[in-house]
Design a protein. Sequence first.
Length: 318
Amino acid sequence: MREVAFNFKPSSTILLGKAFACATEPSPSSLNPSTSFFAFKKSVGRFLKSYDDFIKMFEEGRVLISKKINVYELLDNDDEEKILNLVEEEKLQEYQSSEFKPEFKFALENDREVLSEINELWKDVDADPKLDTFITHLQKGGDLEGKQILVFTESVETGEYLYGKLNEQFSGNVLFFCSKGGQTGSDRLVKSEARRKITNNFDPNAKEQEDDIHILLSTDVLAEGVNLHRSFSVINYDLPWNPTRVLQRVGRVNRVGTKHKEIHIYNFFLNLCIKFITSSIFLYFSNVDLPFNARVTHPSRCFLNILSSTLRIAPAIE
């Protein structure tokens, strides 16, 4: 089984924004150092709006918190009865702003300022060296030329973005699949039709064999329960934090009955100084000017350990 890591280099300006954004965005797909530029910019924008909404709610005197319910929609709809019912059902937690420590408001505004600076750094970034590198490997003379490949991404946004770009280059040969259904060419497919097309193109045991899809893009919704071993190449356009998911992705093509002698796995990473990124994150969390690794018991060590283990998933092979 061959495993290769493709590297690409962003500019130093992008690097600075990326490093501090990793420190402020708790979402796994955005913290992931292998995520797409497109998804990252979207995440920063969403997180900035979330801070604006939370600060507004805080200033109005009460704070609603829920893991599953959009509290901002509840407030916009002014449905006090529904809010009270959800609180009674323990699906929603309610606090008065006065219950928070005085410095909490300052911390919120400080975080928002950092996010705003990151957003400003990235707003005019249109270049996407990661995508350019990927397309280069798919084109004539590239490592992936002519192969039937399976491309995984964690983010639906990244998948839709990649599909749009790749469909321009390889029209009619690309299919994107997620929990909503599928897309190929100019057609949108319901889930059942998309799965049928995927099976006919990628499952060697399918009764109705087809050969019109060469690039299959998918979120991890396809990482389990399907046979795709007509292909022998898996592209991890970004990598999940959980290594088990990576094994599940590879398991779609590394199956009993495959006719291929080798399974090729390609991973995309930022070609950065990881110590620079993690040092920036550490100093942001600790808010003191200490050398890297100076406070091993700090909570941010948890994040740094995860980052290190993620990078070890796919060592580059020369």
